[in-house]
Write a protein that binds this ligand. Structure first.
Ligand code: MEV
Length: 422
């Protein structure tokens, strides 16, 4: 067999059909990619090609709706895109259990986005710092010319901070441009501002500018949500207590905190993806914020109220937008925003924070009581049945038989399927 080369010269200039054809020699015998890749669903093929390079198709992910949510007194339906079973049900279930107590209350710190400019080889960093701070208005004028529409909407450069950091190659002057990006996630606007102001800063300081890029540690875009779950809705006073013990594990142990926060991000990222926002930016920001004290910590806090109910809160940085990028052009993202009825990045952020808290409530409750597998496997059993080859009504029959036997795995599914077919 001849050795295949991944050096597919000219691949980028091919049509999508031609690219799909060019893949054929990379596929196992008998596998035809074209049927799968030509089906782009709600995302038209021509849009796919404009969104990423070398596009061949789409990777569809299930989209569901979390029910029962009340956020700041308003009922909302929350679209969630995720491949993981139980995530959407977990949010709806947590929301149902705190509905009578008013649902989720949130607060929003605003839409301040940070861009960083790194300046090296500065002879007198302290003097440079003062010089930059003194010339704030000049910096503002340069930055605000980048996006006049943002300025018209009330956004633009708000503040400048200068940090001196001792690196292995000398002291760096790190300038933070703090920009109100309003309803945009803001990466493009602030990155352009950073690139435009960098040579100016280098000139003033006699240094050399290097990196010019936003920071995903969006600690000026914090959103908080809180809710109280009556003890009766949690499962009684004893369950409240065990949930508090379970949550405490994440406070003291980063190994547990990573998983605790992963569960929160199951909910958060699903809404972020459904609305066409940047999941990686949100994940990076959340985990960096969780570690900001030097001890990686949970993003949520759990306490008992005086009346013995369970109070939970979350604080999470959320760089979300409802204008620009995929949020604007992806038909499903636009529909998702319409379903939520969100007309601002602020409203979206408030819902997302509430979803993160809801998700964590359900995960900690399940873990502290029955364990996670019982609920998870209920739906996952169907996936296993499908993976084992079940079709149509066989899927439920195999899944139910596996649940009844308590043995939920692909080997069991294959045996059951073979028995059924025999
Ligand atoms: C699984 O995707 C998420 C959980 O592990 C979260 C947690 O442990 O808190 C269940």
């Amino acid at each position: 067999m001849t050795k295949r080369s991944s050096r597919l010269s000219g691949f980028a200039t091919l049509s999508r059909d031609e690219r799909i054809a060019a893949l054929s020699e990379w596929l196992p015998e008998g596998v035809d990619a074209s049927d799968i890749l030509n089906e782009t669903g709600a995302l038209p093929g021509e849009l796919v090609e404009r969104m990423v390079e070398n596009a061949i198709g789409v990777m569809p992910v299930p989209l569901g709706v979390a029910t029962n949510m009340i956020v700041d007194g308003k009922d909302v339906l929350v679209p969630m895109a995720t491949e993981e079973s139980s995530v959407i049900a977990a949010v709806g279930n947590a929301a149902k259990r705190c509905r009578a107590a008013g649902g989720f209350r949130t607060s929003y710190a605003g839409s301040l986005t940070i861009a960083q400019v790194q300046i090296l080889d500065v002879a007198d960093p302290h003097r440079a710092r003062l010089e930059i701070l003194r010339r704030f208005e000049e910096i503002r004028d340069v930055c605000n010319q980048v996006d006049p529409m943002l300025v018209d909407l009330g956004g633009g450069l708000r503040d400048v901070e200068v940090r001196l950091l001792d690196g292995r190659h000398g002291t760096m002057v790190v300038v933070h441009l703090i920009v109100d990006t309003k309803d945009a996630m803001g990466a493009n606007a602030v990155n352009t501002m950073a690139e435009r102001i960098a040579p100016v800063l280098a000139g003033w300081t006699g240094g050399r500018s290097l990196l010019r890029i936003l920071s995903n540690l969006a600690d000026r875009r914090l959103t908080r949500a809180e809710a109280v779950w009556p003890a009766t809705e949690v499962g009684g006073a004893a369950v409240v207590d065990t949930m508090l013990e379970a949550a405490d594990f994440a406070v003291v142990d980063p190994y547990r905190a990573a998983t605790h926060n992963k569960g929160i991000m199951n909910g958060v990222s699903a809404v972020v993806l459904a609305t066409g926002n940047d999941t990686r930016a949100i994940e990076a920001g959340a985990h960096a914020y969780a570690g900001q004290s030097g001890h990686y910590s949970p993003l949520t806090r759990w306490e008992k109220t005086e009346s013995g109910d369970l109070a939970g809160s979350i604080e999470i940085p959320l760089s979300l937008g409802i204008v620009g990028g995929a949020t604007r052009i992806h038909p499903v993202a636009r529909l998702a925003l319409a379903i939520m009825g969100t007309d601002s990045a602020e409203a979206l952020s408030r819902c997302v924070a509430a979803v993160g808290l809801a998700q964590n409530f359900s995960a900690v409750r399940a873990l502290a009581t029955d364990g996670i597998q019982k609920g998870h496997m209920a739906l996952h059993a169907q996936n296993i049945a499908i993976a084992a080859g079940a079709e149509g009504d066989e899927i439920m029959r195999v899944a139910d038989a596996m649940k009844a036997s308590g043995e939920i795995n692909e080997r069991a599914a294959k045996t059951l399927l073979a028995d059924m077919r025999a």
